[in-house]
Design a protein around this ligand. Structure first.
Ligand code: NAX
Length: 362
């Protein structure tokens, strides 16, 4: 049997503190609280841990030990998640640590899934949210730097994901910069889903869309290089030719993918959780086990200047992965429309970076 891999999940209780207050308030005033309860236990960490324990991230023969971190007010909810994991009797799960101590949580971890963060609340300025998260990511970076395994692979999910990852890289200098990434795979998968619906083909036959840039509304979902594979003959056709509507690709497709998160919140009254958790597994699995031949995926990684993007920015690129290493797909033809959008999202990231550094100084 393989040696277990230690996986850190921060924000693992997936508990919204303000909702729990509301919950207590509602119970004490005898209001029916069923759907509020559902709200509290929702979210990414809660959806993610069982996926990992079932082998969806590292494969069906890879045992895992989960380290779950959350903050003190969520400690009891975190214990409950630990109880449910025990009750699920996952055969790959060799141990569970549930803690509010960041040092204990980071100890010896091979993989860090950074889901925990401070959510943006109504009326909060972007800078205030940034300040909270920069402080969290600075502290957690230092703990990873000192206590994680030397070759620990990190994906930051919590928003602002690209910039949180940038801060983490800054304060964990002994972790190789190539090991620090952020999640744009959910956006990538959303783009695959939209092309599949538009062409009425199975999503498994769509590949090589790209999400460029920031995990924000300036991201650029690009289907210019996407391919549709005929499941019978294996023949490949250009998605752009099959869609045969450049206007749709430049307008509606853009809006749907960029605004999908907001559409889910509107319909569910909560943000995406199961699709986000699934995307985290996809991101790590492809990074560690490799992307299928001829297929690339989108990952937020450290720019090396490819496609004219400022070196050092944490920017989402098309990448292929082999033997645990990603490389940016080179030589794609970039038209004028794409160039403008790729630069606009890079500009936003450069501004976020400045804002994050100014938060560090106060
Ligand atoms: P929740 O608010 O449900 O869960 C966040 C959890 O983090 C809570 O349990 C909270 O107690 C915990 N937490 C807060 N501060 C912490 C700290 N310092 N250390 C450890 N844990 C801490 O949010 P959820 O819906 O699960 O989303 C998590 C994050 O993912 C958010 O920042 C969200 O904006 C971001 N998202 C990013 C996506 C991406 O594609 N990159 C997509 C989905 C998601 O919106």
């Amino acid at each position: 049997e393989k040696k277990p891999v230690k996986v850190l999940v921060t924000g693992a209780a997936g508990m919204r503190i303000w909702l729990s207050f509301l919950y207590i308030l509602l119970i004490s005033s005898n209001v029916c609280y069923n759907h509020i309860y559902f709200d509290i236990i929702g979210q990414i960490g809660y959806a993610l841990v069982p996926m990992i324990a079932r082998g969806l991230m590292l494969g069906p023969d890879q045992p895992v030990i989960l380290h779950m971190l959350d903050i003190e007010p969520a400690a009891e909810a975190l214990e409950a998640v630990k109880m449910e994991l025990a009750d699920s009797a996952f055969s790959l799960l060799k141990g569970v640590l549930a803690t509010t101590d960041v040092v204990e949580a980071c100890n010896g971890v091979d993989i860090a899934l950074m889901v925990g963060g401070f959510p943006r609340k109504d009326g909060m300025e972007r800078k205030d949210v940034m300040k909270k998260n920069v402080a969290i990511y600075k502290a957690q970076a230092s703990a990873l730097e000192q206590h994680a395994a030397a070759n620990c692979k990190v994906v930051v999910v919590a928003n602002p994901a690209n910039t949180n990852a940038l801060i983490l890289r800054e304060f964990a200098p002994s972790i190789p910069p190539k090991n620090i990434t952020c999640l744009t795979r959910l956006d990538h998968n959303r783009a695959l889903g939209q092309i599949s619906e538009k062409l009425n083909v199975p999503v498994s036959s769509v590949k090589n869309v790209i999400v460029w840039g920031n995990h924000s509304s300036t991201q650029y979902p690009d289907a210019n290089h996407a391919i549709i594979v005929d499941p019978g003959s294996g023949r490949e056709r250009s998605a752009r030719e099959m869609v045969a509507d450049d206007n749709w690709l430049k307008t509606e497709f853009q809006t749907i993918v960029r605004q999908r998160g907001a559409a889910i919140i509107k319909a569910r009254k909560l943000s995406s959780a199961l699709s986000a958790a699934s995307a985290v597994c996809d991101h790590m699995r492809d990074w560690i086990l490799g992307t299928p031949k001829g297929t690339w995926v989108s990952m937020g990684v450290c720019s090396d200047g490819s496609y004219g993007i400022e070196p050092g920015l944490l920017y989402s690129f098309p990448v292929t992965c082999r033997k645990g290493q990603w490389s940016i797909v080179q030589g794609l033809n970039i038209d004028e429309f794409s160039r403008a959008r790729m630069d606009a999202t890079a500009k936003e990231l450069a501004e976020e970076k400045l804002m994050a550094y100014s938060c560090l100084q106060v």
